[in-house]
Design a binder for this molecule. Structure first.
Ligand code: FAD
Length: 462
């Protein structure tokens, strides 16, 4: 790489957001360069293949909740294959009073389930007639208690929030953390009425691509990021880019950085950040400190993922997506995914691949425990909760994420407003990534595609 170069768009960060944005920009004929501080692209997505097991270090699966996620796989046809989960993934287990219970999936099971109290089951009949919430910053817990009752919060929403945000439903604000749920109440006055009305509305062909299906990529999620990186090309991807600093220039922005001890400079009319909020002030030192501090203060949940592979599974039936543990149960794990039950070739025949999650926003100290302590916790829980006399697996790996999942609390309003002001003040600058617009992989793909579309259009007008 020459030390000075100009391009159309500089993207900082080669995780799913940065790679998707760059791939779509390149597909539209735009000149783009990605700067990544690590020695590999993919960000938190990383897949390992070892002794007959295929396992993920970061996210395991996403949900095709936006058409853009399905479209990305269509656009990558021949280079990467969408893998949707086996029907078993529809069965979700919740831990209550010493055993697993399946989350109800129909009327009869909803009446019979011991997860919710008889009072709340009756009370739910009145949900369509309950008043619409007035507080735009109501927490997820507040909304669910008000509309459905506390047992639905404790044994459905709290574990669901653990599974997605590793977060605290008392602090997460619904309109930012679960915008579809917020819109359901605001637009239809009730979850039940909203769900019924939505079923009768006719979705166009594109909207039909948004489903609740669980996805991965054939061979693991790294084959998705590898396909994107290949498409972008190694000449447009600068790895090991250290100390990237951006400043405004006459015709856009200049990014200065170091690679292998050499100073490098890139110039472009557009720059997109997709990095962790904490590092945004360092990337854009020219932005008013009071404004960037509203971004940098975004809190993250710490998550430690323990992957365990068993050549021969001798525990309970793993005929489900996995199990989630409500916080009121006071166990030491957030949940466990039965990955080999619903994705292909993840474990040898007769074996099992599990991912156990520890910590979260409310139990950071557990996520930060040393390896021996983590091992003890996981063995104890697996022994008791999965009926395994001998919990020692054939492979055991610990992956730590001190800043795993951003938490969309009440301060999101100030953060989003600050991002808008910054982007208005510096034309050509975009602050993206999970700092806004959702934390899931489908959210990341949707945001990246939208950014690529908007920048490509502006580039043609320059
Ligand atoms: C443990 C875990 C489990 C998850 N589980 C799920 C799940 O089940 N389903 C789901 O949909 N989502 C899940 N997620 C979320 C999902 O993985 C993320 O939303 C998505 O992968 C984030 O992609 P990204 O590109 O925005 O960020 P990242 O993957 O974090 O990529 C950012 C990139 O920027 C680089 N970078 C940072 N600072 C700089 C700098 N100063 N200069 C240059 N480069 C820099 C980083 O090295 C990194 O490569 C999970 C996340 C974690 C951590």
């Amino acid at each position: 790489m020459e030390n000075k170069r100009s391009t159309g768009v500089i993207i900082v960060g080669a995780g799913l957001t940065g790679l998707t944005a760059a791939w779509y920009l390149k597909s539209k004929g735009c000149d783009v360069v990605v700067l990544e501080k690590n020695s590999r692209p993919g960000g938190v997505i990383q897949t390992f293949s070892e002794d007959g097991f295929i396992y993920e270090a970061g996210p395991n699966t996403g949900v095709l909740s936006h058409p853009e996620a399905a479209e990305l796989f269509e656009d990558l046809a021949g280079r990467c294959r969408l893998e949707t989960a086996d029907a078993r993934a529809k069965r979700r287990l919740i831990w209550k009073s010493g055993r697993w219970h399946a989350l109800p999936n129909g009327l009869l099971s909803a009446v019979k389930t011991p997860l919710f109290t008889a009072r709340d089951k009756l009370r739910i009949l009145g949900e369509p007639f309950r008043r619409k919430g007035q507080d735009p910053f109501e927490s997820v817990a507040g909304l669910v208690k008000r509309r459905l009752g506390k047992s639905y919060l404790d044994f459905a929403v709290d574990p669901f929030i653990s599974g997605i945000y590793a977060g605290d439903p008392e602090k997460l604000v619904t309109r930012y953390a679960l915008p579809k749920l917020y819109a359901l109440e605001q637009n239809y006055g009730s979850f039940i009425r909203g769900a019924v009305r939505k079923m009768s509305e006719t979705a166009d062909e594109r909207q039909k691509k948004a489903t609740r299906e669980v996805f991965s990529a054939g061979g693991g999620l790294a084959s998705l990021t590898a396909a994107l990186a290949d498409g972008i090309g190694s000449d447009r991807m600068i790895l090991n880019a250290e100390n990237v600093k951006v400043k405004p220039a006459k015709s856009g922005f200049i990014a200065d950085f170091m690679v292998d001890g050499r100073s490098c400079r890139l110039e472009a009319p557009f720059v997109v950040s997709t990095i962790d909020s904490m590092h945004v002030p360092g990337l854009f030192p020219f932005i008013d400190g009071r404004e960037v501090s509203k971004l940098a203060s975004l809190e993250y949940a710490a998550v430690t993922q323990v992957v365990m592979g068993y050549r021969k599974w001798r525990g309970m039936s793993l005929n489900a997506f996995g199990g989630l543990v409500p916080s009121v149960e006071r166990r030491d794990i957030l949940g466990v995914l039965f990955t080999s039950s619903f994705l292909k070739n993840r474990a040898p025949d007769g074996g099992a691949l599990l991912s156990v999650f520890i910590g979260g926003y409310r139990r950071r100290e557990l996520a930060e425990a040393d390896d021996d302590h983590i091992r003890t916790i996981v063995y104890d829980e697996v022994r008791q909760m999965l009926g395994l006399k001998h919990p020692e697996p054939d492979i055991f790996r610990i992956f730590r994420y001190p800043r795993a999942i951003p938490q969309y609390f009440r301060s999101s309003k100030e953060r989003l407003e600050a991002i808008e002001r910054i982007e208005d003040s510096y034309s050509g600058l975009t602050i993206a990534g999970a700092i806004r617009d959702g934390i899931g992989m489908a959210d990341r793909i949707r945001q990246a595609k939208a950014i690529a579309g908007s920048i490509a259009e502006k580039l043609t007008k320059l």
